[in-house]
Design a protein around this ligand. Structure first.
Ligand SMILES: Nc1nc2c(ncn2[C@@H]2O[C@H](COP(=O)(O)OP(=O)(O)OP(=O)(O)O)[C@@H](O)[C@H]2O)c(=O)[nH]1
Length: 309
């Protein structure tokens, strides 16, 4: 029986994993291959799953990391995908704080030995984040390095934000951590499928265990009851603690009748008009996030916004 190929998409919070996944799925569809997605997110609400079209089988694993807290659920999801569909490939989008080898371990259950073949680990790196990695805590720095060390393919993404000299420096530093992986430079994770499908899988060495539990990563989910004032929101973004690494979700603003999808990663907020009427929910990911403080801050934004009406 033909084995189903598994690809693990790894990379730090906000580096471009979902953007990469969307590109891959478009190309897989053009090639008429049947693929499924397992999407693991730290929060209890999935924002990224909207990136996957309805005709692609999707399993979501929320509120924990495949590599530690929810390994059992992960095995059940894989089992269901294998039972219910005739697949060519499964793409696993890991949380931004997952250690790729631990995700690999989770796929290597004896249950699947005859059905799955793990083709490799694709790690995507935010070029700007890498350049400024000294601002991260030591634990996160180690995690970034581990994600790079264990990759079969390295994608240095968001390179348009760097000068050519900075790009070259990045490549040099990344390749000195892992000189066996194929290294691609991209904007918006624009890769050709063949570039990530054809390579030699690395021989894996034992790794330092760095999992989400040790990183004190927390998520906080807030649902706004209505539109907020964009200036008040942006002022808050500028003053929020640096330990908030990632925000994503949906918002409505007082100045516009539209809904917006919102993405924030490493200093860059992005708003896009959203046609669907999703709940006005934001997921925050950061270190040592205090839910009481976060709730008060978000409620503060809503209260001040109402005064602006
Ligand atoms: N400027 C720029 N922005 C990018 C690029 N690639 C992705 N982005 C944006 O970066 C943000 C995060 O991208 P995602 O693909 O959601 O990142 P992710 O790794 O899936 O994020 P998490 O799953 O939350 O860790 C989004 O707003 C993207 O549109 C790029 O090459 N350049």
């Amino acid at each position: 029986m033909k084995k189903v190929e598994v690809f693990i998409l790894s990379g730090f919070l906000g580096s471009g994993k979902t953007t990469l996944l969307k590109n891959i799925l478009t190309q897989e569809k053009e090639n008429k291959r049947k693929v499924a997605v397992v999407m693991n997110e730290l929060g209890q609400v999935s924002i990224d799953s909207n990136a996957v079209s309805e005709d692609t089988p999707l399993k979501e694993l929320l509120n924990g990391c495949v590599c530690c807290t929810i390994q059992g659920q992960f095995e059940v999801q894989l089992q269901e995908l294998l039972q219910d569909y005739e697949l060519d490939s499964i793409y696993i989008e890991t949380t931004g704080v997952a250690h790729p080898i631990e995700v690999l371990d989770a796929c290597m259950s004896p249950l699947f030995a005859s059905k799955l073949t793990v083709q490799g680990i694709v790690t995507i790196i935010d070029a700007n984040r890498w350049k400024d990695r000294h601002t991260l805590t030591p634990q996160f720095k180690i995690l970034l390095q581990e994600q790079i060390k264990h990759a079969d393919v390295l994608i240095l993404n968001k390179v348009e934000q760097l000068t050519e000299k900075e790009q070259a420096q990045n490549v040099f530093e990344i390749q000195s951590l892992n000189n066996q992986a194929k290294c691609l430079l991209t904007s918006f994770a624009s890769v050709q499928l063949d570039d990530i499908r054809t390579y030699q899988t690395l021989e894996r060495k034992p790794h330092e265990k760095t999992s989400v539990a040790h990183l004190h990563v927390k998520t906080y989910v807030h649902t706004f009851s209505g539109p907020i004032d964009i200036d008040i929101f942006e002022e808050w973004l500028r003053s929020m603690p640096e330990s908030i690494y990632r925000i994503k979700g949906y918002l409505k603003f007082l100045h516009s009748k539209h809904n917006y999808s919102f993405q924030y990663s490493y200093g860059t907020p992005i708003y896009m008009k959203e046609l669907m009427n999703y709940p006005l929910t934001l997921v925050f990911i950061g270190e040592e996030l205090d839910p009481v403080w976060m709730k008060a801050e978000m409620n503060g934004i809503e209260t001040k916004s109402i005064r602006e009406m």
